[in-house]
Write a protein that binds this ligand. Structure first.
Ligand SMILES: NC(=O)c1ccc[n+]([C@@H]2O[C@H](COP(=O)([O-])OP(=O)(O)OC[C@H]3O[C@@H](n4cnc5c(N)ncnc54)[C@H](O)[C@@H]3O)[C@@H](O)[C@H]2O)c1
Length: 260
């Protein structure tokens, strides 16, 4: 049976590969992006998000089966907070009533293996508290110290991974039959990383920060395969998980005993 699935950030990279894979498997895919999409919108803008929800309601008749919340940026400033955390949460929450009407509703979020890297705990707390103004202020202050700028990205991903785990077992999600998980990619060859991975120096730097012993950097379709499973009805009982698709980085960085 064809399912209606929304994919954000679908004009490029992981989102594009996911939209193509789902369509090839017979799903009806609605793409959302800043450009080259069924619905063009800036997901940092709450008014634009409300319009996206309206348009998806019209296109689907009010029932949505899946959402791949993937749009993101790797800016060393507060833009990472606005797209990767606030925009992602706002769209998921906006579409939740449509998902609750499906017989097998599923959400998959693109987080990052950066969840495991150094972050700014104060910023993560502000994000999880939904304090947009204070989070942006903190993000700007970190961006002003060049080394700490990356914490905008890693903190946005730590916060979205924690948010997914926080909401997954609640009445709004588990209670409504909505499975919600995140994928944590490691190094992936997309427009986001093209410049960095194009030089020997860049590749060495990324490999030192995020080792990839299992095959090196992934292709976008490697991540798409996991999203496609997570938003399928076949994913019957997995919820609240952050699935690292990271060429082995999690195992290298956290080791074998992560359950204590
Ligand atoms: N490439 C990697 O190595 C890597 C690793 C871990 C996680 N990720 C995550 O994967 C996701 C996809 O990234 P990608 O690597 O495919 O990069 P990409 O740059 O190829 O694609 C990102 C897409 O998101 C869209 N987008 C950005 N800001 C937006 C906004 N405000 N509103 C609507 N759309 C917006 C862009 O237009 C683009 O099409 C991101 O969340 C990123 O953080 C990527």
């Amino acid at each position: 049976m064809s399912r209606n699935i929304v994919v954000t950030g679908a004009a490029s990279g992981i989102g594009k590969a996911t939209a193509e894979l789902l369509a090839s498997r017979g799903d009806t895919v609605i793409t959302v992006d800043l450009r080259d999409a069924d619905i063009t919108a800036d997901l940092t803008d709450d008014a634009a998000i409300a319009q996206v929800v309206e348009q998806i309601t019209e296109r689907t008749g009010g029932t949505l089966d899946g959402l791949v919340a993937n749009a993101g940026v790797s800016a060393n400033n507060e833009l990472s907070l606005l797209v990767n955390y606030f925009g992602t949460v706002a769209l998921i929450e906006g579409l939740r009533p449509l998902l609750a009407k499906s017989e097998a509703p599923r959400i998959s979020v693109t987080s990052s293996a950066a969840t495991l890297q150094g972050n700014d705990p104060e910023l993560v707390d502000l994000l999880l508290a939904g304090d947009r103004d204070a989070a942006v202020e903190r993000g700007k202050a970190l961006a002003a110290q060049s080394q700490a700028g990356y914490a905008n990205y890693s903190s946005s991903k730590r916060a979205i991974s924690r948010w997914v785990r926080r909401v997954a077992p609640t009445a709004d999600y588990a209670g409504a039959g909505i499975g919600i998980n995140a994928v944590g990619p490691g190094q992936v060859r997309t427009a986001m990383t093209a410049e960095l991975l194009s030089t020997e120096e860049g590749r060495k730097m990324v490999e030192a920060a995020m080792p990839s012993p299992y095959g090196g950097p992934a292709e976008a379709v490697d991540i798409a395969e996991v999203h496609a499973f997570l938003v399928s009805p076949g994913n019957a009982r997995m919820t609240g998980q952050v699935v690292f698709v990271d060429s082995g980085f999690d195992a290298v960085s956290r080791g074998d005993d992560i359950w204590s």
